[in-house]
Ligand binder design. Structure first.
Ligand code: MTE
Ligand code: MO
Length: 222
């Protein structure tokens, strides 16, 4: 296991509001759509710009200091530096993003490697079921291995042909298009495969464990 950063950043105004929304069930429409039927999930609206959401801390990780550890229930652990990541065959995919605060943005062109390419390298153990992502701002988020391994999930360094900016998680973030964007860890620095689930920052603050936008899995049931 990679050590967790010592401190989760202090509550920001947005962090407090988002916790309150979870308590109140804000933005729930009670209407269930299916991804194959509707591109825009229920309760979402389209934006053209790209909002920034985080804990109010923007880590400064130059590419030459960035590292990524992959450990836990894998045959081959990894410790990558920038040049290791860049030496891999790169993938480019276009996908939509859906934030739990109700904005969605279509057609984002990402460059990096698919999570499937990463999983081929590390070889998950048979009993691996969950993934925990860790970021250099102290943020964590969890997801089932099956969701992490979605065909369009990626570890990205560029958006629309340009390096990912710091405020959007540069140098490297995760993108899992079919789940709410809080699962897509910015400033990614560690990935742990696990046999059991381990809820992350928002998942322990009222947000749903899985976060499927088409099922409006915004908040935890209890
Ligand atoms: N490391 C880290 N990743 C994070 C977050 C964060 O606070 N820290 N916020 C999440 C949330 S709630 C959202 S909506 C998206 C926002 O990504 P964006 O700022 O690029 O739009 O990042 C997710 N990934
Ligand atoms: Mo979010």
């Amino acid at each position: 296991m990679v050590d967790l950063p010592p401190d989760i950043p202090p509550d920001s105004k947005l962090t407090r509001s988002k916790r309150r929304w979870a308590d109140e069930g804000k933005f729930l429409t009670g209407h269930d759509a299916r991804p194959e039927a509707e591109r825009l999930p229920p309760g979402q609206h389209l934006v053209r710009d790209w909002p920034v959401l985080d804990l109010g801390v923007t880590p400064n990780v130059p590419r030459e200091r960035w590292t990524l550890d992959v450990d836990g229930a894998v045959a081959n652990r990894l410790h990558w530096r920038w040049h290791d990541f860049q030496a891999l065959k790169q993938d480019t995919l276009v996908s939509d993003m859906h934030c739990v605060t109700t904005w969605s943005r279509y057609d984002n062109r990402w460059q990096g490697i698919t999570t499937r390419r990463l999983l081929d390298i590390v070889e998950p153990a048979d009993e691996a079921r969950y993934v925990v992502l860790q970021s250099s701002d102290g943020y964590t988020t969890n997801l089932p291995l099956a969701d992490f391994a979605a065909a369009d999930a990626m570890i990205v360094h560029s958006w629309e042909g340009k390096p990912l900016t710091r405020d959007h998680g540069g140098p490297v973030r995760l993108i899992v298009p079919h789940l709410y964007l809080w699962k897509s860890a910015k400033w990614l620095n560690a990935i742990t495969l696990r046999t059991d689930d381990h809820p992350g920052f928002w998942e322990t603050r009222g947000y749903h464990d899985r976060g499927d936008p088409w099922r409006e899995q915004r908040y935890s049931e209890d």
